[in-house]
Design a protein around this ligand. Structure first.
Ligand SMILES: Nc1ncnc2c1ncn2[C@@H]1O[C@H](COP(=O)(O)OP(=O)(O)O)[C@@H](O)[C@H]1O
Ligand SMILES: [Mg+2]
Length: 237
């Protein structure tokens, strides 16, 4: 049984369609890339899973349980972590306090233990733990947004466009850390991305979206090699 099964998902914003009959699955312990250009429906999909976007039809089943009509905090409580597009760290809070927000349900001791693990993945954050998040570089803010989401020990991590606006070398570093986290914690990740080549290099499987629809899905390595896919959907040659 897959950890997450999304079937025929139709997210609507009034008359605007966010997704149109989208279906895919995520197995335990894998990274699935959700690839598409601006407006393809990536964020709508992640928000629907979290209970932040309503869908007129379709189903989302996580760990055998329907997420329909659940509130975001309930979905997070079931083990779903979320790092939103644009990072959304709290700029006036320190790095440490941003992590605290992500682990607010934990005891002090649990917080200390988990934040040390997070700092182990992101040594740069440890060096800057007292600094206001607003003073960090874009890459460091992205690391903090990921770390904050990991504070709640997710089993399924929804990561929305982490590479946006970052230099290639920073994107590579974030990919390495993401892979390390995923292997160490044996979590599943949905990686929403416009940077198709990078995401396909990290993921085991991928779903390519256009205008809210799935136009291709399969093994990431195969999609990456397919000249048809590269030309038609990824803007590569
Ligand atoms: N809050 C919203 N209100 C109205 N339309 C929206 C809203 N959010 C997204 N959309 C629309 O839904 C479609 C999918 O958007 P989105 O899921 O944000 O795509 P992506 O994350 O792939 O860029 C687009 O046409 C977008 O304009
Ligand atoms: Mg988006």
């Amino acid at each position: 049984m897959p950890l997450l099964k999304v079937e025929d998902l139709n997210v609507r914003y009034g008359s605007i369609q966010g997704t149109a009959g989208l279906s895919f699955e995520v197995n335990a312990g894998e990274i699935v890339a959700l690839i598409g250009s601006n407006g393809a429906g990536k964020s709508s999909t992640l928000k629907a899973i979290l209970g932040m976007a309503s869908y007129v039809s379709g189903s989302i089943v996580y760990n055998g349980q329907s997420l329909k009509n659940m509130k975001p905090h309930e979905v997070v409580g079931l083990g779903v972590g979320y790092s939103p597009e644009g990072r959304r760290v709290f700029p006036a809070l320190s790095v440490q306090d941003n992590l605290r927000v992500g682990g607010y349900t934990r005891s002090t001791q649990e917080f200390e233990q988990r934040s040390e693990q997070i700092y182990g993945y992101f040594p740069r954050l440890k060096e800057r733990y007292k600094q206001d998040a607003g003073s960090l570089s874009g890459g460091e803010q992205q690391m903090l947004a990921i770390g904050r989401a990991l504070m709640s020990f997710p089993k399924l991590f929804l990561l929305d466009e982490p590479s946006l606006g970052l230099a290639p070398i920073i994107v590579e570093r974030i990919g390495e850390i993401l892979r390390e986290v995923q292997q160490t914690e044996k979590i599943s990740v949905i990686l929403s991305e416009q940077n198709a080549i990078w995401a396909l290099g990290l993921a085991s499987r991928a779903v390519i979206l256009e205008l809210g629809r799935v136009v291709a899905k399969g093994e990431a390595a195969e999609l990456r090699e397919s000249s048809k896919i590269r030309n038609a959907y990824l803007g590569l040659d």
